[in-house]
Structure formats: structure tokens, C-alpha cells
Design a protein around this ligand. Structure first.
Ligand code: ARG
Length: 273
């Protein structure tokens, strides 16, 4: 009896040891999360795999909630590009909406396969994420009430400005506050809140990218926007987790879309007057 037990335990021990060696030997630890296309039920033979795209759907016409069809749907330029690319590469896209400042962290923790949010590749972000080639350009503008006549940063001394938390507009506003005396910067999560603050007069202006500013001003006739003259162009690119296997393939499709007219078609669809 005693003997049998020890043979059994020896067998178990060596099996365990073998399993551990095998596990370590591959040098390729299995990853969990979206990075491996893990959403439930995906990845069976013949079935399309799903990529999770994270965005901040407050950025018309890049991405926003469309309620006109009676159901709540996230649509826009970025969504169309994502769907086109995914389709070319044999994936489905699942869009998940979050606050803008949560997007890069979502990549870092593998909760998303990629981010499209009109996001500009900055050196800071490049430390934590990888970016595709740039697919569209934007410039910063100052949004204010028409009656305020505010069109230049110099007019903002002692005033309040709103920007999106974690955006390059937040950085621009902080930079501005170094030269514009007494400028107070308010950082908020969603563009809708920022525009609301301007409309109610709780802040005097906001920094918003041109295409998005234009869309907000169209639906709020009391507002105006002026391009910030000295501002450089901000490109939008797709962000991925560091070391993502998707970057090169996505870049190939972006290139193809620029060459075959698909990108121009989508620009026309979402940005034309
Ligand atoms: N381009 C700016 C940035 O990268 C703003 C992007 C905001 N995008 C959004 N979906 N709210 O910081």
C-alpha cells in the first residue's frame, strides 16, 4: 500500500515537472485579453475573428452616437475606416466607448486591440503605444460664443478655457496659460460637456480641432470657431498595444485606401460641406 502511494506520487510529480518544463520552454507565454482576439466564442474555424476597437465617441464626424435610426449606434469616419481595414484583413470590429484619457491605458492592459479616436501620435503616447501611419490631418481652433468676439488667445487673459482631459488640446491650453495671464484651464471628459460649458458661459472658450469644431458650430449657431494661426497640424493615426501584430497589416490597408480612392470617398462622405 505504502509502495503504491509513493509510485503514484512520483508519477504525479514527474508529470507536473514535465508540464512546467514544457510551459517554460516555449518562451511564448500565452497572453490574455483582446490582444489574442479572445472575446467569447471567437476564433473557431470558418468564423471571423473579432478585433476590439476602443474610442471616445464624442467626436463628430470621427466617431459619435447616432440615434436617428431609433437605436444607439456609433458611427463616423474612424468607424468606416476601421470596418474597411478589418474586412480586408478578415476580422469583425467591436467598438467600445470610453473616456479619451482611458484609451491608451486600455491598450496597455490589452482591453482593446486598437484605438481610433482622431488620436494624434505624440512622443509621450508613443512611449506606451504604437501608431499606424497618419490617415488624416486637423488643426486646433478656438471655439467661443459669437457675442464674445473671442478669436485669439491674447483675449483670454483672466478667463476660462475648457479642453478634453488627456488630449493634446489640454497640453496646448496649459502651454497657452504660460503666456496668457491668469488663464484658467478646465479639463473635461467629453466634448459635449466642453461645448455645453462654452454655451452656458461657465467658460469663455474651448480648444477643439477644426473638423469637430465645425460640426459643433453647425448645430449651435450661437458659437463660432477660429483656427489658431500658429498651431501646427495634428495628424490622426491608429494606436495599438506595443508589439501588436496588427500594425504593419493596418498600414498596408491604409496605403491601399489612399491609392484606390477609398480614403477620399470617406473624407468626402464625412467632411464635405
Ligand atoms: N487629436 C486630439 C488628441 O489626440 C484629440 C482627439 C480627441 N478624440 C476624441 N475622440 N475625443 O489628443
Amino acid at each position: 500500500m505504502k509502495k503504491r502511494t509513493s509510485i503514484l506520487s512520483l508519477a504525479v510529480t514527474s508529470l507536473l515537472a514535465a508540464a512546467m518544463i514544457a510551459g517554460c520552454g516555449t518562451g511564448n507565454q500565452p497572453q490574455t485579453g483582446a490582444g489574442q482576439g479572445q472575446p467569447a466564442g471567437q476564433g473557431q474555424a470558418g468564423e471571423k475573428k473579432t478585433l476590439i476597437m476602443a474610442t471616445s465617441a464624442d467626436y463628430k464626424p470621427y466617431e459619435y452616437h447616432d440615434l436617428t435610426s431609433g437605436k444607439d449606434e456609433i458611427v463616423g469616419f474612424d468607424i468606416d475606416i476601421a470596418k474597411y481595414i478589418a474586412n480586408e484583413l478578415g476580422y469583425e470590429v467591436q467598438v467600445t466607448d470610453m473616456n479619451f484619457d482611458g484609451l491608451v491605458p486600455a491598450l496597455q492592459t490589452n482591453r482593446a486591440d486598437f484605438v481610433m479616436a482622431g488620436m494624434t501620435p505624440t512622443p509621450e503616447r508613443q512611449k506606451n503605444a504604437e501608431f499606424s501611419d497618419i490617415y488624416y490631418d486637423a488643426k486646433n481652433t478656438l471655439v467661443s460664443k459669437k457675442e464674445s468676439n473671442i478669436t485669439k488667445p491674447e483675449q483670454l487673459a483672466g478667463k476660462k478655457i475648457a479642453v478634453q482631459l488627456g488630449s493634446i488640446q489640454e497640453e496646448a491650453a496649459k502651454e497657452m496659460s504660460k503666456t496668457v495671464q491668469g488663464l484658467q484651464v478646465t479639463s473635461l471628459n467629453k466634448l459635449g460637456e466642453i461645448v455645453e460649458e462654452v454655451k452656458t458661459g461657465r467658460v469663455d472658450a474651448a480648444i477643439i480641432e477644426d473638423h469637430v469644431a465645425k460640426s459643433f458650430v453647425e448645430s449651435n449657431p450661437g458659437l463660432q470657431f477660429t483656427t489658431l494661426e500658429t498651431d501646427e497640424t495634428n495628424g490622426s493615426a491608429i494606436a495599438f498595444p506595443k508589439g501588436s501584430p496588427h500594425v504593419a497589416k493596418f498600414n498596408e490597408v491604409i496605403k491601399k485606401m489612399k491609392e484606390n480612392g477609398e480614403m477620399d470617398k470617406l473624407i468626402q462622405k464625412w467632411f464635405a460641406q
